[in-house]
Design a protein around this ligand. Structure first.
Ligand code: PLP
Length: 394
């Protein structure tokens, strides 16, 4: 046998383990100090009551012979696909039930979708970047080209026709930068992909944070996207499903190449390698789209949005440059005083006992930047902002 030696080309990610080690060392040295964490991208509010009630009912269904469910459709139950299709229709995106594939979250499908594409394709990813896009392609031995996201382009790189690419990753609102593309900007990307015969893999995991109508909630709001894009979305941040696991992928019927249909290939791939998301979880996810579910998740998203605003307002007061904060749960700030990402991490930990994520961990262009998340509690967020203000206004 031979292993896939591409695995030896994946760079080790020490980002979160280094953060954990540094925080643990600091706490051991200063046990009386209360450390506030605005570093991780996980939600903290529990599932909405409508979701919990749907989960309970589905569990009860599994207990009765008449309502018990075994294997379900690999691509998801109709009741959930129809609810997702309705979600798209509301924002003027024409997405049919058969184009929606229910998944156990965006991360799995972002990796699995690569089964559809030849290893010779060139991949274009932004830098800084959510590391999954890079690592999954390194595993497959694909060539990766980077596009620079910097403060000059507000961390929203635009197409460069001198660069040839086959698979383009866009994430909006972005992790880690919080920056979000306008519909007009995304149209430029769709035109570029069409001109190059490329596909856009569009990660919309944070779309629910968008309030500004000029920004895109889905790439399928953009004319022409149906023949050049696949969209990944998730209940994780929208409804607190990070531990419950459910998401979806949209593969439009028009996306085709060399006589092959991406939609048919993905259906074949899923029915071959995947046996579907648990019925119970899909019932919980469908409850997100009921009137009660919607009102309850809107309240939770509003809570995180308010946290993001607290952070953003604090930075504005300090005159610190940042992206995100509005239309995103992430705030991406320029480290003050020309500090490097890790230097600022240490400075903030030691002098304010606040933990964030050094931008350098997301790519070369992240150096000198820092990510704070709005997923913590109101109390922790407010206190962290006060501490940062006190420290940096000195
Ligand atoms: N895409 C982005 C940009 C993310 O930041 C995350 C999680 O943090 C995911 C996808 C993964 O989402 P899921 O929980 O649906 O797998």
């Amino acid at each position: 046998m031979k292993f896939n030696t591409n695995y030896s080309n994946i760079s080790d990610s020490y980002l979160f383990s280094t953060i954990a080690k540094k925080v643990a060392a600091y706490q051991a040295a200063c046990p009386d100090k209360k450390v506030l964490r605005l570093g991780i991208g996980d939600v903290t509010l529990p599932l909405a009551p409508a979701v919990i009630s749907a989960l309970h009912s589905a569990v009860d269904e599994m207990a009765a012979k008449e309502t018990f469910r075994g294997y379900g459709p690999e691509q998801g139950y109709g009741f959930l696909k129809d609810a997702v299709a309705g979600y798209y229709a509301e924002r003027g995106a024409d997405v049919k039930g058969d184009e929606i594939f229910i998944s156990d979250g965006a991360k799995s499908d972002l990796g699995n979708i690569l089964d559809l594409f030849d290893a010779c394709n060139t991949v274009l990813v932004p830098d800084p970047v959510y590391p999954v896009y890079v690592d999954t392609n390194v595993m497959a031995g694909r060539k990766i080209a980077y596009m620079n996201a910097t403060s000059q382009n507000n961390f929203l790189p635009m197409p460069d026709y001198s660069v040839d690419a086959d698979i383009i990753y866009l994430c909006s609102p972005n992790n880690p930068t919080g920056a979000a593309y306008s519909k007009a900007q995304l149209k430029e990307w769709v035109d570029y992909a069409a001109a190059k015969g490329a596909v856009i893999l569009y990660d919309a995991a944070y779309e629910c944070f968008i309030t500004d109508d000029s920004l895109a909630r889905s790439i399928f709001q953009i004319e022409g996207a149906r023949s050049c894009a696949i969209e990944f979305c998730s209940f994780s941040k929208m409804a607190g499903f990070t531990g419950t696991r459910c998401g979806w992928t949209v593969v439009p019927e028009e996306l085709a190449c060399g006589g092959l249909s991406a939609n048919k290939m993905w259906l074949r791939r899923q029915t071959t390698k995947f046996n579907g998301v648990p019925y119970i979880v899909q019932r919980g996810a469908a409850a997100v789209f009921t009137p009660e579910g919607r009102a309850q998740i809107a309240e939770n998203i509003g809570y995180y949005r308010q946290n993001a605003k607290l952070i953003a307002d604090g930075l504005k007061e300090l005159g610190i440059w940042f992206t995100g904060g509005e239309n995103s749960p992430y705030v991406w700030l320029k480290c003050p005083g020309g500090m490097g990402s890790w230097q600022f991490f240490d400075y903030l930990l030691e002098n304010a006992q606040v933990v964030g994520t050094p931008g350098a961990g997301f790519g070369v262009n992240g150096e000198g930047f820092f990510r704070l998340t709005a997923f913590g509690s109101r109390e922790v967020t407010a206190e962290a902002v006060e501490r940062i203000k006190r420290l940096l206004s000195k």
